[in-house]
Design a protein around this ligand. Sequence first.
Ligand SMILES: Cc1ncc(COP(=O)(O)O)c(C=O)c1O
Length: 409
Amino acid sequence: MGMNEPFDALQRRVYLDNAATSWPKSSAAIEAAQKFIHECGATSGRGAYRSAMLADRWLADARHHLAQLLNAPDAQSIALCSSGTHALNAALWGLLRPGDHVITSAAEHNSLLRPLKQLETHHAVRLSIVPCDADGFSDPRAADELVCDDTRWIAIGHASNVTGRVQALDGWRDLALRASSKLLVDASQTLGYIPIDVQTSGIDVLAAAGHKGLRGLAGTGLLMVARELQSQLRPLMFGGTGLASEQLQTGQSWPQSVEVGNLNLPGVVSLAVAAAECYRSQHTTVLNAAGVAQPSWRAPLQQLVAGLKQFPEIRMIGWEALSGDDDLERAGRIPVVSLQVAGWDVHDLASVLDSSFGIEVRAGWHCAALVHDALGTADSGGTLRLSPSASTTSGDIDWTLAAFREILA
Ligand SMILES: Cc1ncc(COP(=O)(O)O)c(C=O)c1O
Protein backbone atom coordinates (compact mmCIF):
# COMPACT_ATOMS: atom_id res chain seq x y z
CA MET A 1 0.00 0.00 0.00
CA GLY A 2 1.42 3.40 -0.98
CA MET A 3 1.87 6.02 1.73
CA ASN A 4 -0.60 8.32 0.02
CA GLU A 5 -3.37 5.79 -0.40
CA PRO A 6 -5.44 6.45 2.71
CA PHE A 7 -5.58 10.15 1.95
CA ASP A 8 -6.13 9.77 -1.80
CA ALA A 9 -9.03 7.46 -1.05
CA LEU A 10 -10.79 10.06 1.10
CA GLN A 11 -13.37 12.06 -0.74
CA ARG A 12 -13.32 14.69 1.92
CA ARG A 13 -10.98 15.28 4.81
CA VAL A 14 -12.10 17.52 7.64
CA TYR A 15 -9.28 17.77 10.12
CA LEU A 16 -10.57 18.73 13.56
CA ASP A 17 -7.66 17.64 15.74
CA ASN A 18 -5.67 20.87 15.78
CA ALA A 19 -5.37 20.63 19.58
CA ALA A 20 -3.11 17.59 19.04
CA THR A 21 -1.15 19.21 16.22
CA SER A 22 -2.28 21.74 13.67
CA TRP A 23 -2.89 20.91 10.03
CA PRO A 24 -2.37 22.42 7.56
CA LYS A 25 0.77 24.15 8.73
CA SER A 26 1.70 27.68 7.73
CA SER A 27 2.60 27.53 4.01
CA ALA A 28 5.30 30.14 4.50
CA ALA A 29 6.82 28.06 7.31
CA ILE A 30 6.80 24.89 5.18
CA GLU A 31 8.34 26.70 2.22
CA ALA A 32 11.11 28.20 4.35
CA ALA A 33 11.84 24.82 5.97
CA GLN A 34 11.90 23.09 2.57
CA LYS A 35 14.22 25.73 1.13
CA PHE A 36 16.47 25.32 4.15
CA ILE A 37 16.57 21.53 3.69
CA HIS A 38 17.24 21.76 -0.06
CA GLU A 39 19.66 24.65 -0.10
CA CYS A 40 21.40 24.74 3.28
CA GLY A 41 20.87 21.76 5.57
CA ALA A 42 23.79 22.66 7.86
CA THR A 43 23.62 22.59 11.63
CA SER A 44 23.94 25.52 14.00
CA GLY A 45 26.52 26.32 16.67
CA ARG A 46 29.19 24.08 15.19
CA GLY A 47 30.95 25.09 11.94
CA ALA A 48 32.24 28.48 10.77
CA TYR A 49 31.50 27.98 7.06
CA ARG A 50 28.83 29.94 5.24
CA SER A 51 25.92 27.51 5.40
CA ALA A 52 26.58 26.81 9.12
CA MET A 53 26.44 30.53 9.70
CA LEU A 54 23.15 30.69 7.81
CA ALA A 55 21.84 28.00 10.17
CA ASP A 56 23.05 30.15 13.11
CA ARG A 57 21.13 33.10 11.68
CA TRP A 58 17.95 31.05 11.43
CA LEU A 59 18.31 30.03 15.06
CA ALA A 60 18.85 33.66 16.08
CA ASP A 61 15.84 34.61 13.97
CA ALA A 62 13.66 32.02 15.68
CA ARG A 63 14.68 33.32 19.11
CA HIS A 64 14.03 36.89 17.97
CA HIS A 65 10.57 36.26 16.51
CA LEU A 66 9.44 34.04 19.40
CA ALA A 67 10.66 36.63 21.93
CA GLN A 68 8.85 39.35 20.01
CA LEU A 69 5.65 37.31 19.90
CA LEU A 70 5.77 36.74 23.67
CA ASN A 71 7.16 40.19 24.48
CA ALA A 72 10.00 38.41 26.26
CA PRO A 73 12.74 40.76 27.52
CA ASP A 74 15.24 39.57 24.90
CA ALA A 75 15.84 36.90 22.28
CA GLN A 76 18.31 35.10 24.56
CA SER A 77 15.52 34.17 26.96
CA ILE A 78 14.23 31.66 24.40
CA ALA A 79 15.47 28.06 24.08
CA LEU A 80 14.32 25.85 21.22
CA CYS A 81 12.85 22.49 22.19
CA SER A 82 11.53 19.40 20.46
CA SER A 83 7.99 19.60 21.92
CA GLY A 84 5.89 21.16 24.63
CA THR A 85 6.65 18.11 26.75
CA HIS A 86 10.39 18.65 26.32
CA ALA A 87 10.07 22.32 27.27
CA LEU A 88 8.03 21.52 30.40
CA ASN A 89 10.41 18.77 31.52
CA ALA A 90 13.47 20.94 30.90
CA ALA A 91 11.93 23.66 33.07
CA LEU A 92 10.56 21.49 35.88
CA TRP A 93 13.53 19.14 36.32
CA GLY A 94 15.90 22.05 35.78
CA LEU A 95 14.46 24.58 38.18
CA LEU A 96 12.58 22.81 40.97
CA ARG A 97 14.55 21.85 44.06
CA PRO A 98 13.93 19.40 46.92
CA GLY A 99 11.69 21.01 49.51
CA ASP A 100 9.96 23.28 46.99
CA HIS A 101 6.20 23.46 47.29
CA VAL A 102 4.40 23.71 43.92
CA ILE A 103 0.79 24.63 43.28
CA THR A 104 -0.83 23.37 40.09
CA SER A 105 -4.36 22.54 38.97
CA ALA A 106 -6.46 19.51 38.09
CA ALA A 107 -7.10 20.97 34.64
CA GLU A 108 -3.54 20.34 33.48
CA HIS A 109 -2.15 18.17 30.72
CA ASN A 110 -0.10 15.14 31.77
CA SER A 111 3.01 16.79 30.33
CA LEU A 112 2.85 19.13 33.30
CA LEU A 113 1.27 16.80 35.87
CA ARG A 114 3.43 13.73 35.29
CA PRO A 115 6.85 15.35 35.71
CA LEU A 116 5.48 17.11 38.79
CA LYS A 117 4.28 13.79 40.17
CA GLN A 118 7.70 12.22 39.47
CA LEU A 119 9.40 15.11 41.23
CA GLU A 120 7.07 14.68 44.18
CA THR A 121 7.61 10.92 44.35
CA HIS A 122 11.38 10.84 43.92
CA HIS A 123 12.77 14.26 44.73
CA ALA A 124 10.88 15.60 47.75
CA VAL A 125 9.03 18.33 45.89
CA ARG A 126 5.66 18.96 47.56
CA LEU A 127 2.65 19.26 45.27
CA SER A 128 -0.77 20.82 45.83
CA ILE A 129 -3.41 20.41 43.15
CA VAL A 130 -6.23 22.96 42.99
CA PRO A 131 -9.49 21.43 41.75
CA CYS A 132 -11.19 22.73 38.63
CA ASP A 133 -14.87 23.22 37.88
CA ALA A 134 -17.11 21.61 35.27
CA ASP A 135 -15.76 24.02 32.60
CA GLY A 136 -12.17 23.00 33.30
CA PHE A 137 -11.57 26.35 35.02
CA SER A 138 -9.34 26.51 38.11
CA ASP A 139 -9.97 29.45 40.39
CA PRO A 140 -6.71 30.95 41.67
CA ARG A 141 -8.55 32.19 44.77
CA ALA A 142 -9.06 28.54 45.75
CA ALA A 143 -5.28 28.23 45.93
CA ASP A 144 -4.78 31.01 48.48
CA GLU A 145 -5.12 28.74 51.48
CA LEU A 146 -2.55 26.32 50.03
CA VAL A 147 0.25 28.88 50.06
CA CYS A 148 2.93 28.25 52.68
CA ASP A 149 6.46 29.42 53.41
CA ASP A 150 7.92 26.82 51.01
CA THR A 151 5.69 27.69 48.05
CA ARG A 152 8.18 28.43 45.27
CA TRP A 153 6.22 27.72 42.10
CA ILE A 154 2.77 28.19 40.61
CA ALA A 155 2.64 25.91 37.56
CA ILE A 156 -0.46 26.40 35.47
CA GLY A 157 -1.70 25.69 31.95
CA HIS A 158 -3.00 28.69 30.01
CA ALA A 159 -6.02 26.74 28.72
CA SER A 160 -7.52 23.30 29.18
CA ASN A 161 -6.78 21.02 26.23
CA VAL A 162 -10.05 19.20 26.96
CA THR A 163 -12.62 22.00 27.27
CA GLY A 164 -10.76 24.92 25.70
CA ARG A 165 -11.34 27.05 28.82
CA VAL A 166 -8.72 29.77 29.23
CA GLN A 167 -7.43 30.25 32.77
CA ALA A 168 -7.26 33.56 34.65
CA LEU A 169 -3.55 34.29 34.29
CA ASP A 170 -3.86 37.61 36.13
CA GLY A 171 -5.21 35.80 39.18
CA TRP A 172 -2.38 33.24 39.09
CA ARG A 173 0.16 36.03 38.67
CA ASP A 174 -1.30 37.84 41.71
CA LEU A 175 -1.17 34.62 43.71
CA ALA A 176 2.48 34.09 42.68
CA LEU A 177 3.25 37.64 43.81
CA ARG A 178 1.48 37.15 47.15
CA ALA A 179 3.31 33.85 47.65
CA SER A 180 6.67 35.31 46.53
CA SER A 181 6.89 32.39 44.13
CA LYS A 182 7.61 32.00 40.43
CA LEU A 183 4.93 31.58 37.77
CA LEU A 184 5.38 28.82 35.17
CA VAL A 185 2.83 28.74 32.37
CA ASP A 186 2.17 25.93 29.90
CA ALA A 187 1.00 27.82 26.81
CA SER A 188 0.95 24.80 24.50
CA GLN A 189 -2.74 25.22 23.70
CA THR A 190 -2.89 29.01 23.50
CA LEU A 191 0.27 30.13 21.71
CA GLY A 192 -0.80 31.30 18.27
CA TYR A 193 -4.45 31.63 19.28
CA ILE A 194 -4.39 34.37 21.88
CA PRO A 195 -1.75 37.06 22.44
CA ILE A 196 0.59 36.41 25.35
CA ASP A 197 2.74 39.07 26.98
CA VAL A 198 5.07 37.40 29.45
CA GLN A 199 6.11 40.70 31.01
CA THR A 200 2.67 42.14 31.79
CA SER A 201 1.44 38.66 32.77
CA GLY A 202 4.31 38.25 35.22
CA ILE A 203 5.34 34.94 33.67
CA ASP A 204 8.78 33.76 34.79
CA VAL A 205 8.83 30.58 32.74
CA LEU A 206 6.74 29.75 29.67
CA ALA A 207 6.78 26.38 27.95
CA ALA A 208 4.89 25.70 24.74
CA ALA A 209 4.55 23.40 21.76
CA GLY A 210 5.44 25.04 18.44
CA HIS A 211 3.34 22.72 16.28
CA LYS A 212 -0.17 23.52 17.51
CA GLY A 213 -1.72 27.01 17.22
CA LEU A 214 1.58 28.50 16.09
CA ARG A 215 1.57 26.14 13.06
CA GLY A 216 5.27 25.29 13.08
CA LEU A 217 6.43 21.80 12.06
CA ALA A 218 6.01 18.76 14.30
CA GLY A 219 8.99 18.24 16.61
CA THR A 220 9.09 21.85 17.79
CA GLY A 221 8.61 23.57 21.12
CA LEU A 222 10.06 26.45 23.07
CA LEU A 223 10.99 27.48 26.55
CA MET A 224 11.20 31.06 27.80
CA VAL A 225 13.03 31.51 31.09
CA ALA A 226 13.40 34.87 32.84
CA ARG A 227 16.94 36.16 32.95
CA GLU A 228 17.46 35.74 36.70
CA LEU A 229 16.50 32.04 36.54
CA GLN A 230 18.56 31.03 33.51
CA SER A 231 21.77 30.32 35.40
CA GLN A 232 19.84 28.20 37.93
CA LEU A 233 18.50 25.79 35.31
CA ARG A 234 20.18 22.40 35.61
CA PRO A 235 20.43 20.51 32.31
CA LEU A 236 18.30 17.44 31.73
CA MET A 237 20.82 16.09 29.23
CA PHE A 238 24.54 16.50 28.66
CA GLY A 239 26.54 16.29 25.45
CA GLY A 240 27.75 18.34 22.52
CA THR A 241 26.93 22.02 22.49
CA GLY A 242 29.60 23.30 20.10
CA LEU A 243 31.15 25.19 23.03
CA ALA A 244 34.17 24.37 25.26
CA SER A 245 34.60 21.08 23.39
CA GLU A 246 37.95 20.38 25.06
CA GLN A 247 36.35 20.14 28.50
CA LEU A 248 34.79 16.97 29.82
CA GLN A 249 33.12 18.54 32.82
CA THR A 250 31.43 21.75 31.94
CA GLY A 251 28.34 23.41 33.24
CA GLN A 252 26.23 23.91 30.12
CA SER A 253 24.98 27.45 30.30
CA TRP A 254 21.62 28.71 29.06
CA PRO A 255 20.27 28.18 26.40
CA GLN A 256 22.65 25.28 25.59
CA SER A 257 21.53 23.75 28.90
CA VAL A 258 18.32 22.97 27.02
CA GLU A 259 19.52 22.91 23.39
CA VAL A 260 22.19 20.22 23.81
CA GLY A 261 22.78 18.08 20.69
CA ASN A 262 21.96 18.96 17.11
CA LEU A 263 18.78 20.94 16.80
CA ASN A 264 15.89 20.23 14.45
CA LEU A 265 16.86 23.11 12.16
CA PRO A 266 14.00 22.70 9.64
CA GLY A 267 11.66 22.91 12.63
CA VAL A 268 13.52 25.95 13.97
CA VAL A 269 13.19 27.64 10.57
CA SER A 270 9.48 26.88 10.54
CA LEU A 271 9.11 28.42 14.01
CA ALA A 272 10.95 31.58 13.01
CA VAL A 273 8.56 32.10 10.09
CA ALA A 274 5.41 31.00 11.91
CA ALA A 275 6.16 33.25 14.91
CA ALA A 276 6.80 36.27 12.64
CA GLU A 277 3.56 35.53 10.79
CA CYS A 278 1.62 35.16 14.04
CA TYR A 279 3.04 38.40 15.46
CA ARG A 280 1.98 40.26 12.29
CA SER A 281 -1.52 38.84 12.41
CA GLN A 282 -1.90 39.75 16.11
CA HIS A 283 -0.68 43.30 15.61
CA THR A 284 -2.03 44.27 12.21
CA THR A 285 -4.93 43.33 9.99
CA VAL A 286 -3.20 41.09 7.48
CA LEU A 287 -4.85 41.05 4.06
CA ASN A 288 -4.44 38.29 1.51
CA ALA A 289 -3.63 38.89 -2.18
CA ALA A 290 -7.29 39.68 -2.86
CA GLY A 291 -7.30 42.35 -0.13
CA VAL A 292 -9.43 40.25 2.22
CA ALA A 293 -8.59 39.81 5.92
CA GLN A 294 -6.98 36.43 6.64
CA PRO A 295 -9.36 33.93 8.24
CA SER A 296 -9.18 33.43 11.99
CA TRP A 297 -10.15 30.50 14.24
CA ARG A 298 -13.03 32.50 15.72
CA ALA A 299 -15.58 32.13 12.89
CA PRO A 300 -15.34 28.31 12.54
CA LEU A 301 -15.48 27.92 16.34
CA GLN A 302 -18.55 30.14 16.58
CA GLN A 303 -20.27 28.25 13.75
CA LEU A 304 -19.41 24.88 15.27
CA VAL A 305 -20.67 25.80 18.74
CA ALA A 306 -23.87 27.38 17.44
CA GLY A 307 -24.55 24.29 15.30
CA LEU A 308 -23.80 21.72 18.01
CA LYS A 309 -26.04 23.59 20.44
CA GLN A 310 -29.00 22.68 18.20
CA PHE A 311 -28.73 18.96 19.01
CA PRO A 312 -30.51 18.01 22.24
CA GLU A 313 -28.59 14.69 22.30
CA ILE A 314 -25.24 16.45 22.45
CA ARG A 315 -23.78 17.54 25.77
CA MET A 316 -21.05 20.09 25.20
CA ILE A 317 -18.75 19.66 28.13
CA GLY A 318 -17.82 22.87 29.87
CA TRP A 319 -19.85 24.92 27.41
CA GLU A 320 -23.28 24.61 29.03
CA ALA A 321 -23.46 28.26 30.09
CA LEU A 322 -22.61 29.60 26.62
CA SER A 323 -24.83 30.06 23.63
CA GLY A 324 -23.61 30.01 20.04
CA ASP A 325 -24.02 33.79 19.98
CA ASP A 326 -21.66 34.57 22.86
CA ASP A 327 -18.34 36.17 22.06
CA LEU A 328 -16.37 33.01 22.71
CA GLU A 329 -13.02 34.72 22.95
CA ARG A 330 -14.31 37.11 25.61
CA ALA A 331 -15.81 34.11 27.37
CA GLY A 332 -12.26 32.74 27.58
CA ARG A 333 -12.32 30.00 24.94
CA ILE A 334 -9.87 28.66 22.39
CA PRO A 335 -10.99 26.42 19.51
CA VAL A 336 -11.30 23.22 21.53
CA VAL A 337 -14.74 21.71 22.09
CA SER A 338 -15.45 18.49 23.99
CA LEU A 339 -18.73 16.65 23.90
CA GLN A 340 -20.60 13.47 24.61
CA VAL A 341 -23.61 12.15 22.70
CA ALA A 342 -26.42 10.30 24.45
CA GLY A 343 -26.31 6.59 23.63
CA TRP A 344 -22.90 6.74 21.97
CA ASP A 345 -19.47 5.65 23.11
CA VAL A 346 -17.07 8.46 22.23
CA HIS A 347 -14.58 6.11 20.55
CA ASP A 348 -17.30 4.56 18.36
CA LEU A 349 -18.48 8.02 17.41
CA ALA A 350 -14.95 9.13 16.44
CA SER A 351 -14.58 6.00 14.37
CA VAL A 352 -17.87 6.55 12.48
CA LEU A 353 -17.06 10.23 11.87
CA ASP A 354 -13.74 9.20 10.36
CA SER A 355 -14.77 6.16 8.36
CA SER A 356 -18.08 7.45 7.00
CA PHE A 357 -17.48 11.18 6.76
CA GLY A 358 -13.70 11.76 6.69
CA ILE A 359 -13.95 13.85 9.87
CA GLU A 360 -10.86 13.46 12.01
CA VAL A 361 -11.41 14.00 15.73
CA ARG A 362 -9.98 12.53 18.90
CA ALA A 363 -11.81 10.55 21.57
CA GLY A 364 -10.73 9.67 25.10
CA TRP A 365 -8.96 11.34 28.01
CA HIS A 366 -6.73 13.62 25.93
CA CYS A 367 -3.69 13.12 28.20
CA ALA A 368 -5.39 14.91 31.08
CA ALA A 369 -5.59 12.48 34.01
CA LEU A 370 -7.39 14.66 36.55
CA VAL A 371 -9.81 16.94 34.72
CA HIS A 372 -12.43 14.30 33.91
CA ASP A 373 -13.63 13.90 37.49
CA ALA A 374 -14.76 17.53 37.47
CA LEU A 375 -16.23 17.25 33.98
CA GLY A 376 -18.23 14.12 34.90
CA THR A 377 -16.62 12.20 32.03
CA ALA A 378 -14.33 9.87 33.96
CA ASP A 379 -16.72 6.91 33.95
CA SER A 380 -17.71 7.18 30.32
CA GLY A 381 -14.39 6.99 28.48
CA GLY A 382 -13.69 10.72 28.34
CA THR A 383 -14.89 13.02 25.59
CA LEU A 384 -15.05 13.48 21.85
CA ARG A 385 -12.89 16.52 21.10
CA LEU A 386 -13.29 18.74 18.05
CA SER A 387 -10.64 21.38 17.51
CA PRO A 388 -10.98 23.55 14.41
CA SER A 389 -8.47 26.17 13.29
CA ALA A 390 -8.31 29.21 11.05
CA SER A 391 -8.01 26.81 8.11
CA THR A 392 -11.34 25.14 8.88
CA THR A 393 -13.86 26.36 6.35
CA SER A 394 -17.52 27.11 6.80
CA GLY A 395 -18.15 24.14 4.46
CA ASP A 396 -16.13 21.89 6.78
CA ILE A 397 -18.34 22.87 9.71
CA ASP A 398 -21.53 22.41 7.66
CA TRP A 399 -20.27 18.95 6.71
CA THR A 400 -19.53 18.09 10.34
CA LEU A 401 -22.96 19.24 11.52
CA ALA A 402 -24.59 17.31 8.69
CA ALA A 403 -22.64 14.21 9.77
CA PHE A 404 -23.98 14.54 13.33
CA ARG A 405 -27.49 15.03 11.93
CA GLU A 406 -27.20 11.80 9.95
CA ILE A 407 -25.64 9.81 12.79
CA LEU A 408 -28.32 10.93 15.23
CA ALA A 409 -31.23 10.47 12.82
C1 LIG B 1 -1.78 21.77 27.44
C2 LIG B 1 -0.72 20.94 26.80
N1 LIG B 1 0.51 20.93 27.34
C3 LIG B 1 1.51 20.23 26.81
C4 LIG B 1 1.31 19.45 25.69
C5 LIG B 1 2.44 18.66 25.14
O1 LIG B 1 2.88 19.17 23.93
P1 LIG B 1 3.69 18.23 22.91
O2 LIG B 1 2.68 17.36 22.25
O3 LIG B 1 4.32 19.19 21.96
O4 LIG B 1 4.67 17.47 23.70
C6 LIG B 1 0.04 19.41 25.11
C7 LIG B 1 -0.21 18.57 23.91
O5 LIG B 1 -1.28 18.11 23.65
C8 LIG B 1 -0.99 20.19 25.67
O6 LIG B 1 -2.22 20.18 25.16
